[in-house]
Design a binder for this molecule. Structure first.
Ligand code: HEM
Length: 127
């Protein structure tokens, strides 16, 4: 359970996450109004990434004794995911706040990409 043994758990969720980001850039590149198929593929694989990642976290947390800092990092990651879903859903509908929502979508992604692996390493005591 310790250290680098954590990494194989995240190969599948990580691959789905990379796909989500790739579809996000593709969707963004084609611009608005969004391509309906790409929008839904992006949204659904994002959901799949969250589900697969959560399953792994539940498994790790069962046998870990997380510090307050690890819990704070995890909470930050959860907040980012919520931010991604809310901003993503609003972006297609809200003309007025489009720029703000897109900024939230980008910032939440960057913070998530830092906070989530950091949580994994803290919980695993590695790398
Ligand atoms: C783990 C969750 C998600 C990740 C990592 C993610 C990532 C990304 C990335 C990297 C982009 C391209 C950003 C850019 O060019 O500025 C993007 C764009 C977009 N995403 Fe997501 N996304 C997620 C969830 C969602 C969800 C759930 C929705 C919709 C309900 C959504 C809707 C959109 C839209 C509409 C765009 C196009 C933005 C634009 O107009 O440039 N995203 N996403």
């Amino acid at each position: 359970m310790i250290g680098m043994n954590m990494l194989p758990r995240f190969v599948v969720p990580g691959a789905i996450f990379v796909l989500t980001v790739a579809f996000g850039f593709w969707l963004s590149r084609l611009g608005r109004p969004y391509n309906g198929l790409l929008f839904n593929v992006h949204k659904l694989i994002a959901l799949a990434a969250v589900v697969f990642t959560s399953v792994q976290f539940v498994g790790i947390l069962k046998s870990a004794d997380p510090s307050a800092f690890s819990i704070a990092l995890l909470a930050l990651a959860v907040l980012c995911v919520v931010g991604l879903f809310v901003s993503g859903a609003r972006m297609s509908a809200d003309r007025l706040n489009y720029t703000l929502l897109r900024t939230i979508h980008r910032v939440a992604l960057v913070v998530l990409v830092i906070a989530l692996p950091a949580t994994v390493f803290r919980l695993g005591g590695g790398p």
